[in-house]
Design a protein around this ligand. Structure first.
Ligand code: PMT
Length: 404
């Protein structure tokens, strides 16, 4: 179950983070959710309703006593329409209204009339967030089964540093998606590798590649959203850890190998998305390598262990369902099938990394899935969406007992 067709009411109260909700609404629309927007008076001082009308494609709700709205969708209908009511940003004032049940404007009235899932994304000055009254209200709302997402920690518009930042739109979207998914992988243990490895040449240089980790992180997130117990063994990347995922940071292929082998024996599913360096220098220089007028430099490289092949070679009941990736620039089908067979995998996801805008570093990809007696093409899409499609295929093949 995804966000497609789900009814989300995004209610915006008066905070500087209101502008971030334009991105949130846009992303919800990308996911084909049905989105309506409600704005308080204060919110309209930060962003105009027309902006939200443009991104949501729907009139924006602003008035409690709006004769035009009462003819069609009044506050009760709006509250009934929504499956999810997400208030972002939520001010301290708004929290107090919700906690006490005050109903003196459109948002506070819709809040009381809404019987579905209520979520707030607080955003305020860090001192305000930590004030006893606000914390009391947060505790009251929690006991009323309101989900409180955030706030995040960091630099604030007022110059303070601390807890009080509204969570980023991508994080709010991820959490909304997580609410929608059934937990069909509850109790399943998954190990995912992601990102590049770095092979040090000397104290300041290394060999690596262009992997950003986005494909592997999207997979870890997709598995976690379905209830799996996910361990993400990650090379150096600039991404935040998906909610609920255990992350183990490594740098080199040897470190990744050690981390994976200790987790793989208890894993049900193993997926190797990482772009592992095939080679490392036989001996890292202890000091910075000098040019010293030399015309070039010879590096003596040795082969790294093949992590994927070593997991696939585990015997008997300890062997997880093993999925590899193949980054190819030509003959996708042929090279992918050779890797599937040579490494004794259950499935391989091949991507053509020569296509501009896909694969390495990009938010999008396309995958050719191969298994022993079949194949399936997943056309270009966001990596988040592809990850869920791949998870569906893995679940199906694992249940059917597809083996290398
Ligand atoms: O990280 P992104 O920017 O989102 O980009 C995603 C990606 C292009 C890196 C990803 O989709 C991908 O293709 N990952 C595999 C890259 C790769 O190293 O492919 P390969 O064909 O060289 O390796 C085949 C498989 O063996 C891979 O599953 C790899 O993780 C694994 N391997 C390779 C070498 C090694 N020493 N150990 C391994 O486990």
């Amino acid at each position: 179950m995804t966000l497609q067709g789900r009814r989300v009411l995004v209610a915006i109260s008066g905070g500087i983070a209101a502008y971030k909700c334009v991105e949130l609404v846009r992303r919800l629309k990308d996911r084909q959710a049905q989105v309506r927007v409600l704005m308080t008076k204060a919110a309209q001082s930060f962003v105009g309703p027309l902006t939200f009308q443009a991104v949501s494609g729907e009139p924006v709700h602003t008035e409690l006593l709006d004769p035009a709205a009462e003819l069609g969708m009044g506050h009760i209908e709006l509250a009934r329409w929504a499956e999810f009511l997400l208030v972002a940003p939520t001010t301290a004032n708004q929290m107090a209204h919700f906690a006490l049940g005050v109903a003196d404007d459109l948002l506070s009235t819709v809040w009381l009339a809404h019987a579905g899932q209520k979520i707030i994304a607080p955003a305020m000055n860090q001192q305000m967030w930590q004030a006893p009254a606000v914390q009391r209200n947060a505790a009251l709302l929690q006991s009323d089964h309101v989900q409180i997402w955030g706030p995040g920690h960091g630099e604030q518009a007022c110059g303070d540093v601390g807890p009080g930042r509204m969570l980023e739109p991508a994080e709010l979207l991820n959490r909304l998606e997580t609410l929608c998914f059934g937990k069909d992988l509850d109790g399943v243990r998954v190990v995912v590798t992601a990102g590049p490895t770095r092979e040090r040449l000397d104290p300041v240089r290394y060999l690596s590649n262009f992997s950003s980790g986005k494909m592997g992180y999207a997979l870890a997130q997709a598995f976690a959203q379905r209830g799996a117990d996910v361990h993400l063994v990650s090379g150096p990347v600039q991404l935040s850890t998906p909610m609920g995922v255990h992350r183990i940071d490594v740098e080199s292929a040897l470190e990744m190998h050690t981390a994976v082998m200790s987790l793989a024996l208890t894993a049900d599913i193993f997926i190797a998305t990482a772009a592992v360096a095939d080679f490392r220098v036989d001996k890292m220089a202890q000091q910075k390598l000098k040019k010293n007028g030399a015309p070039g430099l010879m590096l003596n490289l040795v082969t790294n262990p093949d992590i994927l092949a070593d997991v696939a070679a585990l015997e008997g009941t300890k062997r997880p369902f093993v999925v590899g990736f193949a980054a190819e620039t030509e003959h996708l089908h042929q090279y992918g099938r050779e890797k599937l067979e040579r490494k004794r995998l259950d499935m391989i996801a091949c991507n053509d990394v020569s296509v501009a805008g896909l694969g390495f570093g990009s938010d999008r990809n396309a995958l050719l899935l191969l298994w022993n007696d079949g194949s399936c093409y997943l056309p270009e899409a966001d990596k988040d969406q592809l990850a869920h499609q791949l998870v569906d295929h893995i679940i199906e093949k694992r249940q059917l007992g597809v083996q290398h």
